[in-house]
Structure formats: structure tokens, C-alpha cells
Design a protein around this ligand. Structure first.
Ligand code: NCD
Length: 306
């Protein structure tokens, strides 16, 4: 088993599949009255969140607690980070406390890689800048597999703000490792040429959402990340929504069996219409639930739980 999960590229197909299979076993537990397992008793998991998060943070905390680990939640606000303490000094503090795993979310791409040099425990990337978010990709893959029965050969459209999306990057890496066919869809300004070029053999690129939908098993809508935008990438929110938003009329172009995904948080009415987000095809709430099982599996396997 790998020691750290910093990138979806850390996962080969057998390792990724082992995580998904283990997550399925963890999910079976969630149906029981007593949800706790003693697997990580006596181990310490630190959640180190330098960036805002709702789902990911709660999900990692629930996952560690269900495995009986001791959980320490650290947020940049209200800590010495606001006094200017560096990531390295914070890492040394965690090291001194004997953290077995550090789950980190940071606005700087590459922060988890640096952290892994400074602590002895396992490092799990919970989102670094615009770079990667591997556990999101795992929970997305898990959701696709449980809804559609397979990943191999699945046609997945990832739509919208690809440029700023760590979710898209990790999904491209993981899904192609597992045999899915990924098409990136969005305005040319939001589909980075380097990503498209680097993954040219593995992914396709389209600027026409309407053309891609009829041939998709999965459509994954990305949040338009205005907080990361310094330039204007499209004329207006209305114009964006008209070309790349998933509304009810567009959803009807999908095949009967296709599912609609979104990692959250959503801009309802922009990249996704409320009626679509709340429709039976939407797996958005399921993705959140699956996130706990997948993160349990990741912590369990990385820490060699018993
Ligand atoms: C994503 C993130 O933070 O990268 N959300 C999440 O983890 N569920 C996507 C986003 O912020 O748009």
C-alpha cells in the first residue's frame, strides 16, 4: 500500500480498485446501528484546513471517528497561522504530537508534497489550490461504479471551469486509470491547453455541451470558481449559463440511464439549475454520503488499520 495520497496519480488501477472495494465494505457498516469500528484505535488523525470547506472537512472527521481514531481539527483561523506561522513550523508541531495521518487542505498547489517531507505520518491531500483533490475523485468514481455498475468504458463529461478545478484534474487522472473515457467541456478560456495537451491521448475536449450530452453516461458539473478568477473568462453569468449551464431542457438530451454529478458547493442557477440538482438523476447528496465511506477506506488502508 502507498504511504501518502497526494495525487490521483499515486494510484494505479489495482490500488484504486482496492480503495473502492474497501469503501463498499465501509458503506455496509453505515447501515448498522453501531457505526464504529475499532480499526484505528489509538491512532491520531489531524485535519489541517487552511482553506474553507464544509463537506470535505466534516467527511474526513466522520471517517476518522468511525474508525475510532483520535481526531484533532486544526483550522488556520484562530491558530498561530494567523500570527504568520509557516507550514513547516506547524508541521513540526504536529510531528511532535505524534500524528499518524495529516489531512491537509491548502490554497497552495503542492502543499501536501512539502508537508510529506516534514512529518513521519501519512499525508492525505484534501485539496491543494487548483492542483488536486484525490479523495473527491475516489468518491466520484465510487458513486459512478455503484450507480452504473462499472467504470471501464464509461463515458464521462466533465463540464465547466476546468482551469481552476482540482476536482477535474484528479478525476481525469483516476478515471482514465480505471478505463473511463473522459471529455472535458467548457468555454475555451476555461479549458487549459496544457491540461488538454498533456492528457491528449487520454481525454477529449469539446466546447459544445449540447453535442456531448447524448453520448454521455455521466455528466459532472463543476463549480464556476470566481474566487480564483483574476481575469474575466466569460462575458456574464447569464451567458455562461446559457452555453454551459445544465438546465432541464439540456438534461433531457442525456441517455435515460445517465447520472448528473456535482462536487458541491453549487452555484444553483449558474452551472446547474435547481430542478436538475434536485432531480432523481442527480447523485449530489449520494456523493457526500459516499465521501465518508471512501475516506474511511483511505485512512484505513494508508494507516494499515486492523
Ligand atoms: C470542491 C473543492 O473544494 O475543491 N469541493 C469539494 O471538495 N466538495 C470543489 C469546489 O470548491 O468547487
Amino acid at each position: 500500500m502507498i504511504k501518502h495520497l497526494r495525487s490521483a496519480a499515486d494510484l494505479d488501477a489495482p490500488t484504486a480498485t482496492l480503495i473502492l472495494d474497501t469503501a463498499a465494505e465501509m458503506a455496509a457498516l453505515s447501515g448498522r446501528e453501531v457505526k464504529k469500528l475499532p480499526a484505528l484505535r489509538g491512532r491520531t488523525v489531524v485535519n489541517l484546513f487552511y482553506e474553507d470547506s464544509t463537506r470535505t472537512r466534516i467527511s474526513f472527521e466522520a471517517a476518522a471517528k468511525r474508525l475510532s481514531a483520535d481526531v484533532i481539527n486544526f483550522s488556520a483561523k484562530g491558530s498561530s497561522v494567523s500570527k504568520g506561522e509557516s507550514l513547516k513550523d506547524t508541521a513540526l508541531t504536529l510531528q511532535a504530537m505524534g500524528a499518524d495521518a495529516v489531512v491537509i487542505r491548502h490554497s497552495a498547489s503542492g502543499a501536501p508534497h512539502r508537508l510529506a517531507n516534514w512529518v513521519d505520518g501519512s499525508v492525505v491531500n484534501a485539496g491543494d489550490g487548483t492542483h488536486e483533490h484525490p479523495t473527491q475523485a475516489l468518491l466520484d468514481a465510487y458513486t459512478m461504479r455503484s450507480r452504473l455498475g462499472r467504470l471501464d468504458g464509461l463515458k464521462v463529461a466533465i463540464v465547466g471551469d476546468v482551469l481552476h478545478s482540482r476536482v477535474a484534474r484528479s478525476n481525469v487522472l483516476l478515471l482514465t486509470t480505471l478505463g473511463a473515457q473522459v471529455t472535458l467541456v467548457g468555454p475555451p478560456t476555461l479549458i487549459p491547453l496544457d491540461v488538454a495537451a498533456a492528457l491528449a491521448e487520454k481525454t477529449q475536449v469539446s466546447y459544445d455541451l449540447d453535442a456531448v450530452l447524448p453520448d454521455s453516461d455521466v455528466v459532472m458539473m463543476l463549480r464556476v470558481q470566481t474566487e480564483r478568477m483574476q481575469d474575466s473568462y466569460f462575458p456574464s453569468a447569464r451567458e455562461y449559463s446559457r452555453r454551459y449551464g445544465l438546465d432541464v431542457a439540456r438534461m433531457k438530451k442525456l441517455p435515460e440511464h445517465a447520472i448528473v454529478m456535482h462536487p458541491g458547493p453549487m452555484n444553483r442557477g449558474m452551472e446547474i439549475a435547481p430542478e436538475v440538482a434536485d432531480s432523481p438523476r442527480s447523485t449530489i447528496v449520494e456523493q457526500v454520503a459516499n465521501g465518508v465511506s471512501v475516506r474511511m477506506a483511505v485512512l484505513y488502508l494508508l494507516l494499515g488499520g486492523k
